[in-house]
Design a protein around this ligand. Structure first.
Ligand code: ZN
Length: 200
């Protein structure tokens, strides 16, 4: 990008650091911003500044928030006895989209991955036991991913929470809607049979 004015090159370089954005798309976006009325760049600048200034982590569940506590933790209609542990904010948003969960959350911001240097201390676990005790939590739902790291995290949490006496459950994994048994991998199928539920 050396034939470009340095200011344009800088914007393109910064944009290219976003996930899924290559150098060429980044440059196309930078050109696009330049072609918009100046008010657009000002609004973008302002919005980014406000994002960094106002958005932080909820002191209880570690979801994103603009206040000390996020709207879910502040909502008196949410069931405080149910606590769903997720790896990240996108997982929380996915569960919220279903509209079928009315409890609260605890966002870890990661999963255990010893080979990448991510142990329990790197996850947002410090206030978990305190929340369970103080908020009268009766069930903790482990909604970490069904991959190696997610499973390891779920196992760790189940063991760690055993002394609290709280009921620990794991989200069911298995057959997707429309899925045919003969095409499922062995691991998915064995989890599905192990996690079967009463029917009818
Ligand atoms: Zn919260």
């Amino acid at each position: 990008m050396t034939a470009l004015p340095p200011a344009l090159d800088k914007v393109a370089t910064l944009l290219s650091r976003l996930p899924g954005v290559g150098k060429r798309s980044a440059l196309r976006w930078a050109f696009h911003i330049l072609g918009e009325p100046p008010s657009y760049a000002r609004e973008l600048q302002q919005a980014l500044a406000e994002l960094m200034q106002h958005v932080r982590f909820c002191s209880e569940c570690h979801h994103l928030a603009e206040d000390e506590r996020c709207p879910i933790c502040r909502d008196p209609a949410r069931d405080p006895t149910l606590l769903c542990i997720v790896e990240g904010v996108p997982d929380l948003l996915a569960l919220e989209r279903t509209g079928s969960y009315r409890g609260r959350y605890h966002v870890l911001h990661g999963a255990l991955a010893p080979l990448k240097g991510i142990g329990p201390a790197q996850l947002r676990l410090g206030n978990l036991e305190e929340r369970i005790a103080n908020q009268g939590v009766s069930e903790v739902i482990l909604a970490t991913s069904a991959d190696v790291e997610g499973e390891a995290t779920a196992l760790y949490l189940a063991k760690r929470l055993a002394p609290t006496g709280v009921n620990v459950t794991r989200i069911a994994t298995g057959i997707p809607m429309g899925g045919e048994l003969e095409y499922l991998d062995d691991h998915t199928l064995s989890r599905a049979i192990a996690g079967r539920i009463r029917f009818g």
